[in-house]
Design a protein around this ligand. Structure first.
Ligand code: NAD
Ligand code: WQD
Length: 342
């Protein structure tokens, strides 16, 4: 078994990753500055797995702190989730996105080079494709992000491609996620957005639990069967299992590799509302409003390359995604740090 560094491990996807790694018997070191998470997620990870992990409250841009971590543990691989991810905020605060996402990744890679650690999995995003006209999206599609957040992801991909090209020891996996949703089946960890959720499923879930009066559906005049936007929602547990497969793949394959992580199936906003109502037994009020600028009508993955090369395929459907979100949301209606949390 190996020792693995998870940057951003207290966050939504990172905490689910820690569960999977600990359950597979690995030692886990988490680095997170808690800018968008709570250390309580890591306590929950330890409860679920009945194992302990090593947590360092550290910023990924802090070279000295990184050096100490690399000197303390014999790290085999790094899973790099730390970063900022809100598209709208990236438009109003681009410098902060370049700093956390691009500079943060550079500092991490420098520390890895210094320590002689060369295995890295990077959380990229389908947002690097911009607004493709054809579906499904394969990895060979042209990239062309349409917002600063997406630009930072593409810059990091490009930087890592150059770095992998400079030394044959590197083994790097770029994973382009579609729309991660869902939660661990225990209901103990899940997505816990600060303030008003930007993403569809956390918003629906907060309406169902009574925190928000209604959902705004961003238009029903798209050229889709019911007029609402279609996305490829992927269960977070399937997603993190894709990372386990990517780690195995890197053991056999040096160099840099890119894979889409999606289900290959799209669902509309109205289909997601109905699935959530069925899973929760609650009604989800909604109003149809204007389109949100920058939204594509349809986006879904071609996951064939991940299936072929990683031996990975998403298993969970939207019913299970919604059931698991609802279990988490009803357990922690106001998030981890709220007064009413268990
Ligand atoms: P998240 O915000 O829940 O997790 C990110 C974690 O990184 C948080 O715990 C945050 O505190 C930490 N962090 C942020 N900046 C940091 C810094 N400078 N130093 C140390 N820690 C820092 O987000 P998530 O949904 O779990 O996303 C994880 C990764 O996956 C991100 O890189 C994100 O861009 C990428 N991604 C997410 C989605 C999505 O829809 N959730 C889709 C595609 C890609
Ligand atoms: C899904 C659908 C909306 C909210 C974003 C980022 C992307 C990636 C994942 C990180 C769309 C509709 C949404 C609402 C709505 N993140 N919607 N009312 O836009 O596909 O992707 O998150 O990498 O980079 O852009 O996901 O969940 O915001 O929207 O009607 O309140 O739901 O129009 O059709 P999106 P989303």
């Amino acid at each position: 078994m190996s020792t693995i560094l998870v940057t951003g491990g207290a966050g939504y996807i990172g905490s689910h990753m820690c569960v999977e790694l600990l359950q597979a018997g690995h030692e886990v070191v988490v680095l997170d500055n808690l800018s968008n998470s709570s250390a309580r997620s890591l306590e929950a990870v330890e409860r679920i797995t009945q194992r302990s992990l090593h947590f360092h409250e550290v910023d990924v841009r802090d070279t000295d702190a990184l050096r100490k971590i690399f000197a303390t543990y014999e790290l085999e691989s790094v899973l790099h989730f730390a970063g900022l991810k809100a598209v709208g905020e990236s438009v109003s605060e681009p410098a902060s996105y370049y700093d956390n996402n691009v500079v943060g990744s550079l500092r991490l890679v420098e520390a890895m080079m210094e320590a002689g650690v060369h295995n890295l999995v990077f959380s990229s995003s389908a947002t690097v494709y911009g607004m493709p006209e054809e579906m499904p999206i394969t990895e060979s599609f042209q990239t062309g992000p349409i917002n600063p957040y997406g630009q930072t992801k593409l810059h990091v991909e490009q930087m890592l491609t150059d770095i992998a090209g400079s030394n044959p020891d590197w083994r790097i996996s770029l994973l382009r996620y579609f729309n991660p949703v869902g939660a661990h089946a225990s209901g103990e960890i899940g997505e816990n957005p600060n303030g008003i959720p930007n993403n569809l499923v956390p918003f629906i879930s907060q309406v169902a639990v009574g925190r928000r009066p209604h959902l705004n559906v961003f238009s029903d005049d798209y050229p889709t069967p019911d007029g609402t936007g279609i996305r490829d929602y992927i269960h977070v547990v399937d997603l993190v299992r894709g990372h386990m497969k990517a780690l195995e793949f890197l053991r056999r394959n040096p160099g840099i590799h890119v894979h889409n992580l999606g289900t290959g199936r799209g669902y509309s906003v109205l289909e997601m509302i109905r699935a959530f109502e069925a899973a929760s037994g609650r009604q989800v009020e909604y109003r149809v409003v204007e389109r949100r600028p920058g939204d594509a009508a349809v986006s879904y993955a071609d996951p064939a390359k991940a299936e072929r090369e990683l031996g990975w395929k998403a298993e969970f459907g939207i019913e299970r995604m919604c059931e698991d979100v609802w279990r988490w949301q009803s357990h922690y209606p106001n998030g981890f740090d709220a007064a009413d949390s268990p």
